[in-house]
Design a protein around this ligand. Structure first.
Ligand code: MN
Length: 295
């Protein structure tokens, strides 16, 4: 074992999604904006839903990013301005590429009783940031088990495996779960930075117990990590080459500059053609908050 620096602890923050739905936000925070091009990470649940409860996010726009939804428990209906309509179920990914602009809604199904998901954004590099919008659903992903630890490859490559999800920068996404508990040593790309977020239960990183409300940041230069999972525990491992392009974020927009985001927000505010209408979503159009910048 070489002398690896210990992971950096980054406290997640409480935030709200949709109509008062509490979540834990791991990215961005004041301490860390990105892991590779992963620029947003919310842990949604796990939570039991009472009658009539659920996640309901009205029509809102995105630019220059991909939204990446990893479903663990429950179902969410995605609808967007391209006309896509897709229910996402456990073990599946929805990947929406905003490019120049797209709008979407996200809703729990009426009979939902449980919800647990990770919602991520990926900043698009300059060659794709203003490209065409797209939506893809991935119902089948590479899965394998080492000892008693089950892994699912969500993005990028691991060993001989490649995830089908179409991304535009070097990235890794992996779900690691153990029903009975167990330990796994994973090989990492030393040119990547990495992050680990507990999704349920208790984990240890390189044999050090990890607080489930903290996101772990592992700087580049590391070629392995050991993850120890308690019974029923689950975590998300992210990685990527540190971004070498500007990533400005405001509300639901990503862009190369404040000017690009100001232009996108004006277009949303004025209901311009850049963001189409979401079928069934026009009466639930979310207004953007005032821009934080003058000029
Ligand atoms: Mn969204």
């Amino acid at each position: 074992m070489n002398n690896l620096p210990p992971p950096e602890r980054i406290a997640t923050r409480k935030a709200e999604l949709g109509e008062g739905f509490a979540i834990a936000r791991a990215l961005p925070t004041a301490q860390r904006r990105t892991i590779g091009a992963w620029c947003f990470l919310d842990r949604i649940g796990p939570v039991n839903l009472g009658a009539g409860q659920g996640l309901h996010v009205g029509a809102h726009p995105h630019t220059a990013l991909q939204t990446f939804t990893w479903m663990i428990e429950g179902e969410i209906l995605h609808r967007d301005s391209l006309g896509s309509e897709q229910v996402i179920r456990p073990g599946q990914i929805n990947l929406m590429t905003a490019g120049h602009g797209i709008a979407h809604t996200e809703d729990s199904l009426p009979d939902a009783t449980r919800l647990h998901a990770a919602q991520l954004w990926i900043a698009l590099p300059p060659a794709h940031a203003d490209g065409p919008a797209a939506f893809a659903h991935y119902p089948v992903l590479p899965r394998w088990t080492v000892n008693t630890v089950d892994c699912t490859l969500l993005a990028g490559r691991h060993g001989a495996l490649t995830a089908p999800t179409q991304v535009y920068t070097p990235l890794l996404g992996m779900d690691v779960h153990s029903a009975s508990g167990g330990t796994i040593a994973l090989t990492l790309d030393p040119t990547f930075e990495h992050g680990v977020l507990t999704l349920t239960g208790d984990i240890a990183i390189d044999a050090q117990p990890w607080d489930s409300d903290s996101f772990a940041y592992l700087p580049p230069g590391r070629d392995h990590v050991s993850l120890q999972l308690g019974a029923g525990s689950r975590c998300l491992l992210l990685g990527g080459a540190p971004v070498d392009f500007p990533v400005v974020m405001w509300w639901n927009f990503v862009g190369p500059s404040r000017e690009a985001i100001i232009a996108a927000q004006r277009e949303w505010d004025t209901h311009g053609p850049r963001f189409g209408d979401v079928p069934g979503g026009t009466e639930r159009r979310i207004a953007a908050p005032p821009l934080p910048w003058t000029g």
